[in-house]
Design a protein around this ligand. Sequence first.
Ligand SMILES: [Zn+2]
Length: 286
Amino acid sequence: MKNTLPAGFKIIKKMGLPLICCEAISKIPGFTQVFTTRAGGVSKKPFDSLNVGVHTGDNFKKAVINISRLEKSLAIKYAGAARQVHGSDVIILKNRALKFTGAEIRKMTDVEADALITDIPGLAVGVRLADCAGTVIIDPVKKTVAAVHSGWRGIANKIPAKTVKMMKKHFGSKPADLTASVSPAIGPCCYEIGADVLKLKKQKVFRGIFTKKNGRNYMNLWKGVKNLLVNEGIKPNNIHICSMCTYDNPELFYSHRRDKGKTGRMMALGFFKKKAGIKKAEEHHG
Ligand SMILES: [Zn+2]
């Protein structure tokens, strides 16, 4: 269904780009989380206009211009998303002492993975989206941020849970300290799935994420992500879901299913800066 921005999220406009921010994360000093929309870029139909996907069939140069607009608007070194394959591999970018260039970061992330974690200040981790849920997880104590891509396969592979486990193992994160923000995605109103996916129902953690309407089965990606995160120890109140359906809001979002694969990508990303949060960046670039 058509819907508006849920409570707890706001749209800020930076250098002509509308960006959706989780208010709870905006309040944490140094941290920023944004979800892009399709507005504010240079790509032509059907990729209009802020397509950040480089393997979509869109003009490559235009996608690169869009990505650099996003980087400039946030004053970040963008980590890029890895080549997402609906798997469960997690990339860890860890070494505060190194100062990576944008090109080096792109090379490091040019591997197949569906989640990234970093503790390098100013380095954004992102995932590309067109219906799947993008989750940004931040640890204000260990100054660490993660981005996770999950469609039904990512949920089945439990990649949100695996990412939290990796934050614990490699960065010493405590789940009770973490806050997560989940992006707009194809909603349970539109995300019809096949009988094979329903098998997940047998697992306790996936209970309640499927619904049946007129003999058809639908899946709730948001609830799937939330259940997995809560199961890892993140407090339910610290999980913020931007529950807008990408399929039903074509003016704002790309939707792989609605547009039958011929569409662009949005981005969910998060980063930490020692001093500047988004307010600071606005002062520099607004
Ligand atoms: Zn919908």
